[in-house]
Design a protein around this ligand. Structure first.
Ligand SMILES: C[S@@+](CC[C@H](N)C(=O)[O-])C[C@H]1O[C@@H](n2cnc3c(N)ncnc32)[C@H](O)[C@@H]1O
Length: 274
């Protein structure tokens, strides 16, 4: 195994472990309004940017399925893929419980096999987790291939220049640690994150995280590592163009109208295949 293949496997192993252990609890901390706002934005983007009516949608790192489930409820034909078995299993059981039909696959978003099959592809909260720049480009190129002409991809990146408190902002990274406590019915989720390594030249930070989860069946403690790739707006634009997307629009956060002073916690890119 060459050194870069080794490094890639280390990142992927950390990411799988993180989502296998924490995906379920993280999903419970998310408010229904957050997902609704994102779904409304996705439909806005479908109507505004796709050259034809969107029907078939692929989500390349669907997690426990909140976007594919939401879109299936709104009448779209959805396929979700994720490389963490536990996440795919959770998406499948949610689909069964909610009585919606979805196609779910376990697979790596840097090894997509689709060709001109989808009107829209989602790559949400995923690009910053991919292990290296070749993987980012491979993922975007394969998404481009998976789209029908006139179809769109919607992806997002965490904005390192975000001025508020967040684990991906340069402010928190330079501070060296980050703490959150989330209270939802029947659960208290405490996360204590410490920067283990930060490479400002390559824009890569490794976090050492301790998660303490208090639920009625006891207290669960998980220790995980997470790697974060910090992209800038311009870098993302170049990646998208290199992957074959000529028309790219960027929105600050999930609002459909650009606010005067966007807080830009996340940047959302909508790119169309010619
Ligand atoms: C932050 S979660 C986002 C999930 C979902 N897109 C959402 O917004 O709720 C990241 C997901 O990416 C998955 N993931 C990480 N690397 C991946 C890869 N190379 N291929 C496919 N899935 C991956 C993880 O298993 C996890 O479910």
């Amino acid at each position: 195994m060459n050194p870069s293949e080794n490094a890639r496997k280390t990142v992927q192993k950390a990411s799988r472990s993180y989502y296998a252990h924490l995906g379920y609890y993280e999903e419970r901390t998310r408010s229904a309004e957050t997902t609704k706002r994102e779904l409304d934005f996705l439909e806005f983007a479908f109507r505004t940017h796709a050259a034809h009516k969107v029907r078939d949608v692929l989500d390349v790192a669907c997690g426990s399925g909140r976007h594919v489930l939401g879109l299936a409820h709104r009448g779209y034909k959805c396929t979700g893929q994720d490389f963490t078995f536990e996440q795919v299993k959770m998406a499948a059981s949610r689909a069964k419980g909610e009585g919606v039909s979805l196609k779910l696959l376990q697979g790596d978003s840097t090894r997509l096999k689709f060709e001109s099959e989808f009107d829209a592809v989602l790559a949400l909260y995923i690009l910053f987790l991919l292990p290296d720049d070749e993987s980012v480009l491979a993922c975007l190129r394969q998404i481009h291939r998976a789209l029908k002409p006139g179809g769109i991809m919607i992806c997002n990146i965490a904005n390192p220049f975000y001025e508020g408190e967040n684990w991906f902002s340069l402010k928190s990274i330079q501070h060296g640690h980050y703490f959150t406590e989330t209270l939802v019915p029947d659960m208290r989720y405490i996360s204590i994150d410490r920067v283990q390594d930060f490479d400002p030249v390559h824009g890569v930070a490794w976090w050492q995280e301790t998660h303490v989860i208090e639920v009625p069946d006891g207290v669960h403690i998980f220790k995980e590592r997470e790697r974060l790739r910090l992209f800038t707006y311009w870098e993302m634009l170049h990646y998208l163009q290199a992957a074959g997307f000529k028309e790219v629009k960027c929105y600050p956060d999930w609002e459909t109208k650009s606010p005067k002073k966007p807080k830009a916690e996340w940047l959302v890119f909508v790119s169309r295949k010619d």
